[in-house]
Design a protein around this ligand. Structure first.
Ligand code: BMA
Length: 324
């Protein structure tokens, strides 16, 4: 048993840490697991979210097409590594015309909540905003009201109500390649009306000195919510995106208990350093298995492909606490 609070997933895609690796998070030897051209129209497939579904896995994928239009597509997999992605983008059903016409969609997250699969993404609504929708079968999708005002990105729902309210992390931003950004927490009684906004954490030196944003759906552990996130450094050659981790209080998740100073992964492999946007490691989803403590992280690499990394929850918690 591990410090994970729920979720058995015996078929989690998994590789043990190689003998010559001493890092707390290690990359899959199969990286990149999803190539840029998996569907006929794609320029790139990256920053994508997966969840356990039936006997296998389902996901929502960011596919930029060869016009460089950004949209999200559904996909399915038996093993979490080999994916079939629908060639056509998701067409959401919507109750309100005003909400249903996004100029673009990107960077989806998916969470199972109240028996449905909720999707959040960056939605082009007069600039970047948080879009939200749900599906029960990854065939029919329904878009709901935008939870927050533009401009905002990296909206990530928690997997259960906290203190009786739905909860979401987000990162208020600007209309461009935002040169700032901190993580905030918001609550809602109904997934429509959001308030009680709280500051969670902000930028600090080094790899996370320009902006930070939540990544995968937070994972509940006995020691708090494990939040894997991205941090950005501005170098003389542009932005560098790395992956980091913190533990948030279980009852009051806007309170940071521990936050690791070093990054977990920074762009170092060829597929992370070379692509449409060089030097990007952008974590978006994680699978976990309570029985073994295994965690598998999906991240976008160089805005071009999807890659995977692994860790063990108890190891990662120790690392965060020892390096906080
Ligand atoms: C962010 C988002 C991400 C992207 C990153 C690096 O602002 O657009 O989708 O991975 O920039 O280009």
């Amino acid at each position: 048993m591990s410090k994970l609070v729920e979720g058995s997933l015996p078929h989690i895609p998994w590789e043990e840490r190689p003998d010559d690796c001493d890092r707390v998070v290690w990359r899959s030897s199969q990286n990149p697991i999803i190539p840029r051209d998996l569907i006929p129209t794609s320029n790139s497939i990256f920053n994508s979210a997966v969840v356990p579904y039936k006997d296998g896995f389902a996901g929502v994928f960011r596919c930029d097409d060869r016009r460089r239009h950004m949209d999200i597509h559904a996909g399915r997999s038996e093993d979490g590594i080999n994916w079939e992605i629908d060639p056509e983008p998701i067409e959401f059903n919507y109750e309100n015309e005003e909400i249903g016409h996004s100029e673009y969609k990107y960077d989806p997250r998916v969470v199972k909540l109240d028996g449905k699969y909720y999707i959040t993404w960056c939605d082009g609504y007069h600039g970047p905003a948080i879009g939200m929708g749900y599906t029960e079968d990854f065939k029919d999708f329904y878009q709901v009201e935008n939870p927050l005002m533009p401009y905002n990105r990296n909206g990530v729902l928690f997997p259960r109500k906290i203190n009786g309210s739905y909860a979401m992390l987000s990162r208020p931003s600007d209309n461009g390649h935002t040169p700032f950004g901190n993580i905030f927490y918001s609550e809602s009684p109904d997934l429509v009306h959001w308030g009680q906004h709280r500051f969670v954490m902000g930028t600090r030196g080094g790899w996370e000195s320009t902006k930070i944003g939540a990544g995968p759906v937070p994972i509940e552990t006995e020691e708090g919510w494990l939040m894997i996130y991205h941090g950005v450094l501005t170098s003389c050659n542009g932005f560098v995106y790395s992956m980091g981790a913190a533990l948030l209080d279980r009852r009051e998740p806007w309170k940071v208990k521990y936050r690791a100073e070093p990054y977990l992964i920074s762009p170092q492999k060829q597929y992370e350093c070379v692509g449409d946007v060089p030097n990007v490691v952008f974590p978006v989803a994680a699978l976990h298995d309570k029985d073994t403590g295994r965690i598998s992280i999906y991240y976008g690499a160089a805005d071009t492909v999807v890659a995977m990394a692994h860790t063990r929850v108890d190891m990662l918690i120790d690392f965060i606490k020892q390096n906080s």
